[in-house]
Write a protein that binds this ligand. Structure first.
Ligand code: SAH
Length: 213
């Protein structure tokens, strides 16, 4: 099957699963996912599955990328977005086409380097990168209209909540233990934080502390 046809089939699947934002669907349709994968896995790029990217990490399942992105895009402005867990950069690429500016943090240096290369190939230039532990956010660049983490903490770090724009900043985050987590959308209004449950999900853990070089 040609790549174009498998991509269209993926789009159909996302719509069947309830993704309805045309903005998000259009960006997923036009963004090649295969360039983010090793050659040996590239033929599976348009299946709706998570796949390994090395270093015990995975590229998120397209449905989850779509769901998290849609939750951010449909709930408010996207001028300044922080992503924690760059991985191979696929989710970053999707956000960068919907936001004015994206800040992204990854703790594994070789993954961050590869992501930079991939995103340069796509000519996405509104991205700032940081090799660091992102569990404490990126205070110098705060406040953010939205923060997305693509790795799961046991509990939501307070630092992330504090770096949300007090006027409607949103956090999209999987929370919980190893085997099962809840994907949450948290919206800030001054010092009030309201939570919506989006989905049951499974992410790699958000690790705190030590960096990997
Ligand atoms: N959105 C990525 C998902 C990668 S998996 C993609 O689709 O490719 C989650 C990523 O979070 C991993 O690359 C992992 O190294 C990173 N991560 C885990 N804990 C982190 C932390 N504290 N700070 C920054 N990145 C972290």
């Amino acid at each position: 099957m040609t790549s174009q046809r498998t991509r269209e089939r993926l789009l159909g699947r996302l719509m069947d699963q309830g993704i309805s934002s045309m903005e998000v669907l259009d960006v997923i349709r036009s963004t090649p996912r295969h360039i983010f994968l090793d050659e040996a896995l590239a033929h599976r790029a348009y299946e709706d599955v998570a796949l390994p990217i090395g270093h015990n990490q995975t590229i998120s399942q397209p449905y989850i990328v779509a769901r998290m992105t849609e939750a951010m895009v449909t709930s408010g402005p996207m001028d300044s977005v922080l992503e924690i867990g760059t991985g191979c950069g696929y989710q970053t690429a999707i956000i960068a086409q919907l936001a004015k500016k994206v800040y992204t943090i990854e703790r594994i240096k070789p993954l961050l380097d590869r992501a930079k290369k991939n995103l340069k190939t796509l000519r996405l230039r509104n991205i700032e990168y940081k090799h660091d532990d992102g569990s404490l956010g990126w205070e110098q660049k705060a406040p953010f209209d939205a923060i997305i983490t693509t790795a799961a903490p046991q509990q939501i770090p307070n630092e992330l909540l504090q770096q949300l724009n007090p006027e409607g900043g949103r956090l999209v985050i999987p929370v919980g233990g190893d085997d099962r987590q809840e994907l949450k959308l948290v919206t800030r209004n001054d010092d009030e934080f309201s939570e919506t449950l989006l989905d049951a999900v499974r992410f790699v853990p958000l690790l705190m502390g030590q960096l990997q070089h």
